[in-house]
Design a protein around this ligand. Structure first.
Ligand SMILES: [Cu+2]
Length: 321
């Protein structure tokens, strides 16, 4: 099969940063990592150093008698039992404290319901009804309780700068808290292998001021505008007559399926195909011409549209701000 991964794309300024915590939850995990590394590093240096010293100082030498043989020493044995116990107990207490800070009990009603699909993420805001794909907005400094589901296989939701990793298990919702200290765009990935396009299951978490978040959410709730231009209107007709409506939803049209991403405000999003391409006119054209060329294996068929039909669809989708 001929395929070309067209243009793997990372949104500008957004990389996966494990050492740059930006929320209280991520800070507590990061700090635990530092403490554990220091404790384990110290043990490594002490034990390794003692071994190297013993090898050099007590190696066999011509003519020297065997050293004295020790057959048990209660004091030493008690010490080398108690010290590891104390270290393990300290690590346990530090870990329990971090778990309490990074992972408190979930809120009774989640602020956000995230569902992993092969190979994209759906995010619903149950309190407002907003739905979005691969782009999660949160207000800065406000901890959001997330319920995590999967529509098919195991996935794993991971935004290292903001929160712990957590597995999305079909039929068994998991919970986490997500929060950001300052405005910014954070990259998230799926970190549990889930099939051919696992690597292209990126999402963005966009932290913004409460006012910006409210404005964004309000815009997402509005139904799609009815297209004005002739070509865009033909695009809408094509969308409604084709099986697109069996997989996608566009609020304001008859399409309300949830197999693929909600497209009501598709043009407001930065990326296409869960991060495989930037959401531009040219890339959207390639996607609709044959999604399999852009994201081989993707769960959207090639409709073998003519260029003219694709242009009409692109013209329509560009109105979905
Ligand atoms: Cu995955």
């Amino acid at each position: 099969m001929e395929h070309s991964v067209a243009f793997p794309f990372l949104p500008i300024g957004t990389v996966l940063r494990v050492f740059a915590p930006d929320s209280p939850q991520a800070h507590s995990i990061f700090n635990l990592g530092i403490v554990v590394t220091i404790i384990l590093g110290t043990i490594f240096v002490l034990v390794g150093g003692a071994i190297v010293y013993a090898l050099m100082r007590f190696r066999w030498r011509e003519g020297e008698p065997d050293p004295d043989q020790l057959a048990g020493n209660k004091t030493v044995e008690i010490i080398w039992t108690l010290i590891p116990c104390a270290i393990v107990l300290a690590l346990f207490l530090l870990t329990a404290r971090t778990m309490g800070r990074s992972d408190p009990a979930p809120a009774p009603e989640p602020d956000l319901v995230v569902t992993g699909h092969q190979w994209w993420w759906e995010a619903r805001y149950p309190k407002s009804g907003a739905v979005v794909a691969n782009e999660i907005h949160i207000p800065v400094g406000n901890a959001f309780s997330v319920r995590l589901d999967s529509a098919d296989v195991l996935h794993e939701f991971w935004v290292p700068e903001l929160a712990r990793k957590i597995t999305a298990v079909p039929g068994h919702p998991n919970h986490l808290w997500i929060e950001a200290d300052k405005p910014g765009t954070y990259l998230g990935v799926c970190s549990e292998f889930c099939g051919t396009e696992h690597a292209w299951m990126h999402f963005l978490v966009i932290a913004q001021s409460q006012a910006e978040f409210d404005a964004w959410q309000k815009a997402q709730l509005a139904p799609a505008a009815t297209p004005v231009g002739d070509s865009a209107a033909k695009g809408l007709a094509l969308f409604q007559q084709t099986s697109c409506v069996n997989c996608h939803a566009i609020n304001g049209t008859s399409a309300n399926a949830g197999v693929g991403p909600d497209l009501t405000h598709f043009a407001s999003r930065r990326q296409l195909g869960a991060g495989i391409a930037e959401n531009t006119r040219a890339n959207l054209h390639r996607w609709l011409k044959d999604p399999q060329q852009v994201k081989p294996g993707v769960k959207m068929p090639d409709f073998k549209f003519t260029d003219e039909q694709v242009t009409q669809l692109v013209d329509y989708f560009e109105t979905l701000k």
